[in-house]
Design a protein around this ligand. Structure first.
Ligand SMILES: Cc1cc2nc3c(=O)[nH]c(=O)nc-3n(C[C@H](O)[C@H](O)[C@H](O)COP(=O)(O)OP(=O)(O)OC[C@H]3O[C@@H](n4cnc5c(N)ncnc54)[C@H](O)[C@@H]3O)c2cc1C
Ligand code: SF4
Length: 557
């Protein structure tokens, strides 16, 4: 059972401390699957799960086509238990777009592992809400609105986390409602923060977890939820596309899923190793919807949701060492997305379950605070590692060859891997991190984006409104600049300050003041996608958790 203790001290108010067997940071598919598995394995183990969103699912944004493999293993009777997993995939299409045509690519290009047969179109946000209920029913203590803000590391061992303070004003002074963050201590702490987790980033550096591995790669995923006219809706349709409007050297593509009652999840991923600093991922997404083969689908429909989130793309060769003294990384905090399949939620769940198995054994045998090496070993033996291995060259080939030429090579490579278990390319590396790929602005072609029409294409302000994003205004800015001068003195002359374009929420602006340009941060608009932390060419921006409950409030995303 958890013990509760209060440290004794005078003002400021004492920091509360609670102890659990296991602390889990993040209520996405990885964290929730780990929590459920722990309770299934040993009901007496005390498990606490922290989520920065106002409720479970509020910060979850995904496609999502779900491969139910991990869910089947975790909760075999999920159908009877009413999981919101209802729309089976009935049509699976892959198109290559030119400006005016959409060329359907035959399925034979890709091996069966790419098929969506037996998969479901879901809202991952809704699925997480349901998983949260299952976890609570098993006795997991879930604290939504509590971001894990700081690590507790003692003698080189991770002992838990400290949640964010409440009631700190913009200038840093404590307001009347100041409440210090709480210490949550665990025998083990599992980090399930998703792509570019703020504490996971510190752990990767502190324990050298990525040493000897390729750098993690990322994409930015933007998504809208539409209610389509019933005449345009084809429940169960899955469509993936690449090509226009992106140029050949920029990786990425479109996804479009018809599900539920006339709902359509449409989204666009741009690989964050793009080179042209004038590129605007939000603008590319808006343009993509205007393709003649797609625009007609949205006629008579209404956009009802918007959001954005980084997605990991490094795959097999970028997976870091997973365990360290006192804890482990699970899910996309480590990066398990299968890029050609654009699927990561089943791998996130499975790695959460593998880590939970290792923790359950450790706690049962009275251990605490050691490295969960059994989890590293279990991952290497798992179907997650095997699946990622088969597609390990897709991303590097795409980055090296450009979209058009890469396509046949990726297909060939996946076929030889699947049929004969080998690749003609061995295992290719990724090269530079995404922050180092921009060309100087002066050497890059400016891109003119059409004005939004308010029907099919939109601006950032109306989009952020639909994400339900909200932050307490009087709090320190959670986008921390190492050197506040760099955006104007370095990024602006060198790269036209790309933050103005890569941020999907219009957080960063260069405004003309009397004394010259000034960098403005509209932190209250941040949808927590983490792109700035990844792509800033000077690596000058650090995303930290804002006050609890702040951020988007996604529904059906
Ligand atoms: C646009 C897009 C489309 C995708 N499409 C698909 C698809 O079709 N199929 C598929 O299988 N996968 C898809 N993915 C990938 C999939 O969404 C991820 O693999 C999956 O969500 C990873 O799960 P996770 O639990 O590791 O992280 P996340 O889902 O990111 O969840 C992390 C959770 O932790 C919380 N958190 C983070 N930091 C803290 C902190 N410090 N304190 C407290 N809480 C914190 C977050 O608020 C969030 O709720 C897509 C991803 C994107 C971005
Ligand atoms: S400020 Fe950073 S994390 Fe927030 S929405 Fe913009 S790019 Fe994403």
């Amino acid at each position: 059972m958890p013990e509760t203790a209060s440290e004794t001290s005078s003002a400021p108010p004492a920091r509360e401390s609670m102890a659990f067997d296991v602390v889990i940071v993040g209520g996405g598919p990885a964290g929730l699957a780990a929590a459920i598995r722990l309770k299934q394995r040993s009901p007496d183990t005390s498990v606490c799960l922290l989520e920065k969103g106002s409720e479970i699912g509020a910060h979850i944004l995904s496609g999502a086509v779900l491969d139910p493999k991990a869910l089947n293993e975790l909760i075999p009777d999920w159908k009877e238990k009413g999981a919101p997993v209802e729309t089976e995939v009935t049509e699976d299409r892959f198109w290559f777009f030119t400006k005016s045509a959409a060329i359907a690519l035959p399925h034979v290009i890709f091996p069966p592992l790419m098929s969506n047969r037996g998969n479901y179109i879901v809202s991952l946000s809704n699925l997480c809400k349901w998983l949260g209920q299952q976890a609570e029913a098993l006795g997991v203590e879930i604290y939504p609105g509590f971001p894990a803000h700081e690590l507790i590391i003692e003698d080189g061992v991770v002992k838990g986390v400290i949640t964010g303070d409440l009631g700190v004003a913009k200038d840093g002074h404590h307001t009347d409602s100041f409440t210090p963050g709480m210490e949550l201590r665990g025998k083990y702490t599992l980090f399930a923060e998703g792509a570019r987790g703020s504490l996971s980033k510190q752990l990767l550096a502190k324990f050298g977890l990525g040493d000897g591995r390729e750098p993690q790669k990322f994409g930015i995923g933007l998504k809208e939820l539409w209610e389509l006219s019933p005449t345009q809706h084809r429940k169960g349709l899955v469509l993936h596309g690449m090509g226009w409007p992106l140029d050949n050297e920029t990786g990425g593509g479109l996804f479009l899923y018809h599900w539920g009652d006339n709902l359509c999840s449409v989204g666009f991923v741009v690989h964050l190793n793009y080179k042209n600093p004038w590129l605007d991922p939000f603008g590319e997404f808006q343009r993509a919807k205007t393709h003649p083969a797609l625009a007609k689908m949205f006629a008579g429909g209404k956009r009802i949701g918007y959001g954005a989130r980084a997605i990991t793309e490094g795959g097999y060769q970028s997976v870091p060492k997973l365990s360290f003294a006192g804890g482990a990384l699970i899910g996309c905090a480590a990066g398990f997305v299968n890029l050609p399949r654009i699927k990561g939620s089943h791998n996130a769940m499975k790695t959460g379950m593998l880590a939970a198995d290792a923790v359950a054994e450790a706690v049962k045998s009275g251990r605490a605070g050691d490295a969960l090496q059994d989890y590293d070993a279990a991952y290497r033996q798992s179907w997650v590692a095997k699946d990622l291995y088969l597609v390990r060259n897709a991303k590097p080939l795409w980055s090296r060859l450009g979209s058009l030429l890469a396509l046949p090579f990726i297909g060939l490579d996946m076929w030889t891997n699947q049929l004969f278990g080998f690749s003609l390319f061995g295992t290719l590396g990724h090269g530079k991190p995404d922050s180092a790929t921009l060309r100087p602005a002066a050497e890059s072609i400016k891109i003119a984006y059409p004005r939004p029409d308010g029907q099919l294409t939109f601006d950032r302000a109306s989009s952020v409104f639909l994400s339900g994003t909200n932050h307490e205004e009087d709090q320190p800015v959670h986008l921390v600049l190492r050197d506040p001068g760099i955006p104007i003195s370095v990024n602006l002359p060198e790269y036209g300050e790309p933050a103005q374009r890569y941020c999907p929420a219009g957080v960063y602006e260069v405004v003309e003041a009397g004394s010259g340009p000034r960098f403005q941060i509209n932190a209250q608009n941040c949808v927590h996608c983490k792109t700035c932390d990844i792509k800033d060419p000077s690596q000058n921006i650090t995303w930290i958790t804002p006050e609890g409950g702040g951020g988007p409030n996604y529904t059906n995303m």
